[in-house]
Design a protein around this ligand. Sequence first.
Ligand code: HEC
Ligand code: HEC
Ligand code: HEC
Ligand code: HEC
Ligand code: HEC
Ligand code: HEC
Ligand code: HEC
Length: 219
Amino acid sequence: MTTRIVTTIITACCFNLCVAAGVVLAAAGFQCATCHRTPDKLLPAKHVKKSDFSTCFSCHSIGRPAPDLMVKLHRNHLHSDTNADACLNCHPSGADGSMQLDATGQRQIKKADISDLAQKMSTWLQSDKLAYAHQRKGISCRACHTAYAEDDPYAEKCIGCHGDYEVMAKKTAQTKLERNPHKSHYPTLKCTNCHQSHDDFKNFCATCHGFAFGWKMKK
Ligand code: HEC
Ligand code: HEC
Ligand code: HEC
Ligand code: HEC
Ligand code: HEC
Ligand code: HEC
Ligand code: HEC
């Protein structure tokens, strides 16, 4: 027990010193060791043996040969009421308090924006939100986002996976609703005008029509 605590403290100090010195070490990377000490018990039986966490994300990252662990780790370690502190348990932070998104440190979130990012993460884990419908299919943040900002090309992403209004109108042709929500005189309307990912469904048409459009996640 004592050894465990000591190791944890040493690891934590080591990491802070590196940050204080302004050294961005790939090896500092994700802070798995603060809680797990060694990877022994976490690896599948036939996995290559590893004595520490320093190289995990040189293999386990997008575009790399090994499976992306991101969805799995976010699911396993976070709850639907998560906050910024929980993110920084794992994600390395820069001297300016920014949060590194990947092990290379090339993509960052400004300190002031971390809370919002955490709030969006919590909706990804809340069973009444659209983001959750994607989470349960193993779809991560990255499928819809690049910069985590307003100018992300959401609309193209939705259409890329689901198809455009022509395709969608066919899928909901048999709807029990008063009108087919995907067939209207707004052929280029953004999907997110109704389907908000991190918030409740919004009935865009109701500004002018009395159609009672609602959306409920499939079981
Ligand atoms: C704040 C503490 C904490 C941090 C940081 C942390 N973990 Fe965990 N992790 C846990 C706890 C608690 C569990 C669940 C209990 C257990 O299996 O030990 C867990 C479980 C796991 C599991 C097993 C999940 C399963 O389904 O069996 C894996 C794999 C894992 N962590 C990997 C990592 C990796 C990789 C990192 C770094 C990117 C990391 N953890 C960072 C606390 C942490
Ligand atoms: C040399 C590349 C490489 C490194 C480094 C590596 N892995 Fe893996 N890992 C793989 C490959 C390939 C697989 C898939 C095949 C398998 O299960 O062995 C895998 C599978 C896994 C799985 C199971 C994934 C799943 O979805 O079932 C976990 C968990 C895992 N690795 C954790 C880790 C952790 C934690 C580290 C760092 C301590 C690590 N790996 C380092 C290549 C690597
Ligand atoms: C258990 C460790 C762990 C925790 C806790 C954690 N993350 Fe992550 N996160 C990761 C790993 C690992 C990656 C992928 C790193 C890579 O691919 O190089 C990642 C990647 C990301 C990405 C980048 C996706 C992309 O576009 O590439 C975002 C955004 C993100 N996490 C948000 C969060 C938020 C918000 C929190 C807190 C609510 C959080 N994470 C908590 C381990 C964690
Ligand atoms: C199905 C696609 C999708 C997924 C998956 C998704 N988002 Fe989003 N996100 C959106 C859309 C669309 C918006 C714009 C607001 C809305 O419609 O809810 C948004 C807004 C945001 C914003 C606010 C950006 C801004 O400044 O306008 C943040 C931050 C964010 N998401 C983070 C995340 C994180 C972190 C994850 C993963 C846990 C995630 N998102 C998963 C689609 C998605
Ligand atoms: C990476 C591919 C991908 C992207 C990008 C994506 N989706 Fe999805 N979406 C899926 C999958 C897979 C499902 C689950 C299967 C299904 O119900 O069609 C799903 C489910 C849905 C559902 C039905 C959920 C339910 O369970 O009732 C809606 C609505 C939806 N997505 C809208 C959107 C919107 C809006 C966007 C853009 C902000 C988007 N999707 C982006 C793949 C994607
Ligand atoms: C005017 C609001 C509105 C807009 C805009 C909209 N949808 Fe929908 N969507 C709905 C409603 C309402 C439902 C539920 C239909 C039902 O219950 O019959 C739905 C259902 C869905 C479903 C689930 C379909 C299924 O298999 O049951 C998907 C996927 C979807 N929409 C994707 C999209 C995509 C992609 C776009 C953009 C191209 C889009 N929606 C634009 C209102 C909208
Ligand atoms: C800015 C106001 C406005 C908005 C928003 C709007 N419409 Fe309309 N819509 C009209 C007007 C005006 C007419 C023509 C009046 C008529 O002939 O009843 C019309 C006619 C229609 C018609 C043909 C007449 C009917 O009732 O069958 C349909 C279908 C329709 N709209 C669907 C939609 C759908 C679906 C949406 C949401 C994606 C939508 N509209 C959003 C104003 C709007």
